[in-house]
Design a protein around this ligand. Structure first.
Ligand code: ZN
Length: 290
């Protein structure tokens, strides 16, 4: 049996075909251009395969309510040309298979959840944060993605400002200094005039960012009590997570019992966002069963 996966990003699309054991058979990467051209390329890639189902994880925001007239649309995205784009409709018409439709970060969250449990981690729940060009998170509880009115927007929560960062206004076009506005990749240039890759880990800005990410992890811990919190995205590295764990430990102050933080606040099991592809295959299989 063959399942399709679409990871729709703002700069590139990754399409893959895999089997029920999540083994990738065929994969293609192409640039995100106009909706018409990009969706046509996506359909052309999948058309030769006899797919049983398709999982799509896309940049958003998305309409995910099945009873909405614009279900399957990308809605008010800042990406030029992509506002109010019917994504699922054209794929459904061309490929005629069950389709799951969720956010990019939910796809990754689902993949990490499935992967961890394939390696016998016995997780009931997992939260996956991406900290890159944007910030978002997805939550899986007992095999279901959290969110019914819409997908969670955990990147846009507020955090307490770091005393050494009070002059920075933040870069979120909607909220200024929400979490995304304070820790997304482009904040490095906004704060230091250098891209993050050129800012040494010893610079204070990394400690400030670690403090904010630790606050987000603390709120998620206290609100959801997940078995694990995974951090992916271009800003995240193991040395950065060492800082996050230290800040988290100070903030939590041993209030509740948790697994060792090296096992609790972790990098993805699968490199290069491979978790998104696996998650899409798993969600496609799930759609087939439902
Ligand atoms: Zn925001």
């Amino acid at each position: 049996m063959l399942i399709g996966s679409v990871e729709a990003g703002g700069t590139k699309f990754v399409c893959a075909v895999g089997d029920e054991n999540y083994r990738v058979q065929e994969r293609i990467v192409f640039a995100t251009t106009t909706p018409a051209a990009t969706l046509a390329k996506t359909i052309a890639f999948f058309k030769p395969f006899k797919l049983a189902a398709l999982g799509i994880a896309s940049f958003g925001p998305l309409e995910i309510r099945k009873n909405a007239v614009n279900y399957g649309f990308i809605t008010n995205t800042p990406k030029p040309g992509w506002q109010d784009t019917d994504f699922v409709g054209p794929l459904k018409a061309a490929l005629k298979v069950p389709i799951t439709w969720t956010t990019d970060v939910n796809g990754s969250a689902y993949g990490e959840y499935v992967m961890a449990n394939l390696s016998n981690a016995h997780l009931k729940s997992l939260v996956y944060y991406t900290i890159g060009t944007g910030v978002g998170a997805g939550t899986v509880i007992d095999g279901q993605l959290l969110g019914s009115l819409g997908h969670p927007e955990m990147g846009h929560v507020f955090v307490k400002r770091h005393p050494d960062d009070l002059k920075f206004a933040g870069i979120c076009p909607f909220h200024g200094d929400c979490l995304e506005g304070l820790v997304a990749g482009p904040t490095f240039e906004a704060r230091t005039e250098h891209p993050g890759k050129d800012v040494p880990l010893s610079a204070l800005v990394w400690d400030i960012m670690a403090d904010y990410v630790a606050q987000a992890a603390m709120q998620t811990t206290l609100t959801i009590r997940p078995d694990k919190i995974v951090f992916g995205g271009g800003v995240v590295s193991e040395p950065f997570l060492v800082k996050v764990r230290a800040a988290f430990n100070r903030l939590l102050n041993h209030y509740i019992e948790l697994p060792p933080l090296d096992d609790y606040l972790v990098m993805p099991l699968m490199a290069d966002n491979g978790s998104a592809t696996l998650g899409n295959f798993a969600l496609g299989l799930k759609a087939l069963k439902e």
